[in-house]
Design a protein around this ligand. Structure first.
Ligand code: IMP
Ligand code: MG
Length: 180
């Protein structure tokens, strides 16, 4: 088994690049047939983790579309309410448009829930979600995930854009944390 060490932890290969490619092709095929008749949909990719997935996925989309990148950043509010999440980077007007969120992974779904709340404020026609990876056993959200590349066990993974404390995003394959 191919292994990598990042910081203090060992990971072993669990999802090789060719399997990732197959999953992305299936996702793109489904979206190409479902959304071809929408008026210029906009894909919104969630940084940082989704950048590699987005680059591979978007080149398989065969209808006119836009792609944009955003970040959900926490900052300390001036009010006593404390932590507030803010959308950084959305410059396109999404009112009345079909939005497809592109996520590398949906784990608990907390990030996704917050994102959808923020995006709803701009009154899109619809918000769909496409994620490369999904951890069904960790998911606590209430929104339906429209497109799932692959459901995976509730283990920590790295590679293909996903990191462990900043490292591992550059790995072409996906690796799972080895439990000792
Ligand atoms: P959630 O809010 O729990 O769904 O997690 C959202 C974010 O946590 C993802 O977009 C990733 O950036 C990160 N994340 C969740 N699971 C993993 C993992 O197994 N490896 C690396 N990052 C992860
Ligand atoms: Mg992410």
């Amino acid at each position: 088994m191919k292994r990598v060490k990042l910081w203090d932890k060992e990971f072993e290969i669990s999802y090789p690049a060719d399997e990732i490619k197959d999953s992305i092709e299936r996702l793109a095929n489904a979206i190409n047939s479902d959304l071809a008749n929408e008026e210029k949909p906009i894909f919104i990719s969630i940084l940082n983790g989704s950048f590699i997935f987005t680059a591979d996925f978007i080149r398989l989309i065969n209808f006119p579309c836009e792609v944009s990148f955003i970040k959900l950043a926490s900052y300390q509010g001036t009010q006593t309410t404390g932590k507030v999440e803010q959308l950084i980077g959305l410059t396109e007007n999404i009112e009345g448009r079909t939005v497809i969120i592109l996520e590398d992974i949906v784990d608990t779904g907390i990030t996704l829930g917050k994102l959808i709340d923020r995006l709803q404020q701009y009154k899109p026609k619809a918000i769909k979600v496409a994620t490369l990876l999904f951890k069904p056993d960790a998911y606590k959200g209430s929104v339906a995930i429209d497109y799932i590349g692959k459901a995976i066990p509730n283990d920590f993974i790295v590679g293909y854009g996903l990191d462990y404390d900043g490292l591992g995003r550059n790995l072409p394959d996906i690796y799972t944390l080895v439990k000792h």
